[in-house]
Write a protein that binds this ligand. Structure first.
Ligand SMILES: Cc1cc2nc3c(=O)[nH]c(=O)nc-3n(C[C@H](O)[C@H](O)[C@H](O)COP(=O)(O)OP(=O)(O)OC[C@H]3O[C@@H](n4cnc5c(N)ncnc54)[C@H](O)[C@@H]3O)c2cc1C
Length: 347
């Protein structure tokens, strides 16, 4: 017997499912979340950094102006809702590696395009003990990190209190799909939206994911810093420790930290920081990256009642709040799906 009639069934409560559920609620729609509550998820292993200036060439990240405008306020809204604190706005210090980088930024610093995102450019060392930054660097604004496990836990409790969270593995075979609804066990919904992250075994979507494993370590050391330091590796200050990351490997897609990954991380760490440190723990995760580094959002080519919200790759923290709002607008027929993220491009 059907007992629950909802607008949407959301599968997965990582960053993607959480933001989508929150935005559905904001726009007055009903939903249930079905999530396998486990530690081996991308969101639970992530460093949680948001950074508008990235890459070897230090350029604005894709859609930075759009994404970063309301990003911190979006996370603050959830802090206010749950009474928990997980947003840590903090500048990112990116030391210059080459004199050419310094010259390049002397030109860029007065560029209006970059003004919002640059706090300061330095042409000499910031003076952190044992940090290699003799050429100075740029200090980035509108950046920081989110304690994602805490964010997810507080939202899981919020959804549990509303009675809309179910801790279980979704069984694809038990869906009954029609042209205008999907039933699953005792739920009847207009659509099911899959937010399952990487390595999903979903038989309905055969998409060109390009998952990428990454290692992180937590270290104890004497360094004191009020910035995330980022050159070759990032070092996030977290009280008595730093989180250091990250590696990128497409071959071994495992949640077990690999020796080669940890070795490469340490080699790069030693180039940035020459002080003594002690490794406190190691972890690895797999990012749900895509062939063109853009998310997969939209509807199944055959079953219009099945949707997907996935493929947030290395930038889940900054992409999911913006695109959750966008997808909910699409679901409400307020706009068409942004072509660059529409899953139809790969079907
Ligand atoms: C090492 C590492 C470092 C990273 N660092 C950063 C960073 O600094 N900044 C940043 O923005 N991003 C970072 N990321 C990327 C970020 O973590 C991802 O973009 C994001 O977490 C993806 O979220 P998701 O919700 O799509 O997937 P996930 O977090 O994997 O969540 C999917 C959820 O769906 C559930 N699920 C799957 N299948 C089923 C099913 N059949 N039934 C029920 N439940 C199911 C899973 O249990 C899980 O809870 C990092 C990732 C890694 C691995």
């Amino acid at each position: 017997m059907l007992t629950s009639k909802v607008d949407y069934i959301i599968i997965g409560q990582g960053l993607a499912g959480t933001w989508l559920a929150y935005e559905l609620e904001q726009q007055g729609m009903s939903f249930v979340i079905i999530n396998q509550d486990k530690e081996e998820t991308s969101s639970k292993k992530a460093a949680g950094i948001y950074n508008p200036i990235t890459g070897r060439k230090m350029v604005k990240t894709w859609r930075a102006d759009q994404l970063f405008q309301s990003l911190e306020n979006d996370y603050r809204r959830i802090e206010n809702l749950t009474g928990e604190k997980f947003l840590h706005p903090i500048p990112i210090y990116r030391p210059f590696k080459l004199i050419e980088d310094q010259n390049d930024w002397e030109g860029k610093i007065s560029d209006n395009n970059y003004k919002t995102f640059i706090k300061e450019m330095r042409s000499s060392s910031l003076g952190y003990d044992d940090v290699s930054d003799s050429l100075g660097g740029i200090i980035i604004n509108c950046s920081g990190y989110v304690d994602i496990p805490k964010f997810l836990d507080s939202m899981m409790n919020y959804f549990k209190n509303k009675g809309v969270y179910h801790s279980e593995v979704f069984d694809y075979q038990r869906m009954e799909i029609t042209d205008d609804s999907v039933s699953y066990k005792d739920h009847l919904a207009r659509k099911v939206i899959f937010c399952e992250g990487s390595l999903s075994k979903n038989p309905f979507w055969n998409l060109p994911f390009k998952p990428v494993r990454g290692e992180l370590i937590d270290i104890a050391c004497d360094l004191k810093s009020d910035c995330i330091i980022n050159q070759g590796v990032f070092m996030i200050p977290k009280g008595d420790r730093f989180t250091v990351g990250s590696t990128y490997d497409h071959n071994v897609l495992s949640y077990e930290p690999q020796e080669a990954g940890i070795k490469s991380l340490e080699e790069r760490l030693k180039k940035l920081y020459s002080g003594k440190y002690q490794i406190l723990n190691k972890r690895a995760g797999v990012r749900p990256a895509t062939h063109d580094r853009k998310p997969y959002i939209g509807f199944h080519h055959r079953y219009k009642t099945l949707g997907i919200f996935n493929g947030f790759g290395t930038k889940g923290v900054s992409l999911t709040p913006h695109f959750a709002k966008h997808f909910v607008d699409v679901l409400q027929a307020k706009c068409e799906i942004d072509k660059e993220v529409n899953v139809q491009r790969v079907i």
